[in-house]
Design a protein around this ligand. Sequence first.
Ligand code: NZQ
Ligand code: ZN
Length: 383
Amino acid sequence: MDNFIFQNPVKVIFGRNQVASISAEIPKNSKVMLTCGGGSIRKNGVYDQVINALDSKPIEFWGIEPNPVFETLMKAVEIARAEKIDFLLAVGGGSVADGTKLISATIPFDGDPWEIVTRKVKPTKAVPFGCVLTLPATGSEMNCGSVITRRETKEKLSFQNPLVFPRFSVLDPTFTYSLPTKQVTNGIIDAFVHVTEQYLTFPAQAQIQDRFSEGILCALIEEGPKTLNNPTDYDSRANLMWAATMALNGLIGCGVPQDWATHMIGHELTAFFGLDHAQTLAVILPSLLWVQRDSKRHKLIQYARRVWNINDGSEAEMIEKAIAKTRTFFESLGLPTRLTALGATEDISDLIVSRFQTRNMLPMGDSKNLSADKIREILMQAQ
Ligand code: NZQ
Ligand code: ZN
């Protein structure tokens, strides 16, 4: 196990009716701006509950899109500056949370805010914010990462900064009852792939991290279909919500190698084809595991045994079966695992590779062996 420092300052407020307590979490006399998506929180009653819980009426900013768009977020910054906002409250899914992180870091920032996203500059101040989560998937509610899209240049990039950890996050599983099936599935797969990016690498003798990871994967495999079959099953929703948070709050990534190539390739597919984040992951992961099966051999066998109960056959057969099980699981939830099934047939492998080269990202992956040619192969296998 490698050396690590683990510190996660987010106060998680979990369960039914917990949103009622948020005013106690916001400094008295703060001027609050609510940041919201396209309107789902009005339909499912979450907005009313948040407004009722606050001491005074907040300023509201609506319209943060899925895959939050830089240009939109800058409009929120303008309003926040004009209104002298000193606390932000993100109410929505990962996109609203991520967008709010950039708003929070940009309000006091004097410079080109795109450089925060491209990691050219590190902000040194941020307006504090809280989060009321409505979609379990990204882990954004308990991490300090943010993924931002720039429409103009078709770029989707991420930054991290400890200043943009939420001060608190309310996780009420009943807020997720109204999710469309597609978004539930997206969330299960995003959380699943967050775990595999930190677990399907090479052995680091990290028993705790491995067993936590396997536990989260097994919980997603068990609870995911239960939730889809019975959307108001509180316990399944609660387990799914907590699984997604635990999948990307830093815990399972302590002292272990990490990959993230599935995400990096996926972000390019979203930027280019407009696919949902999880759709890209469902397509890339099985293909990447196959192409990388030699360097990931030990962990793939462990995954086969401990997550899928595959104990028979040669090691090569076990690996093949585990990858096939992964693909079947994704498909069983309703997400295609082939680009052609998503209508994304144009070959953009050269464009993706050249972007990675320009950003000095190659070779990538946990073993730094994912070359330009392998990326092309992954995309070809994903067709
Ligand atoms: O905009 P509204 O009207 O709220 O509707 C949203 C949106 O259309 C809807 N929704 C959310 N909660 C709902 C609901 N509909 C009904 N009932 C509810 N309770 O769902 C749609 C998708 O929302 P979005 O926030 O985009 O989804 P998600 O949470 O999956 O976030 C995806 C974004 O997070 C990034 C992705 O790249 C993508 O941009 N990620 C962020 C990460 C992080 N911060 O650590 C890591 C991830 O790997 C990921 O990259
Ligand atoms: Zn993700």
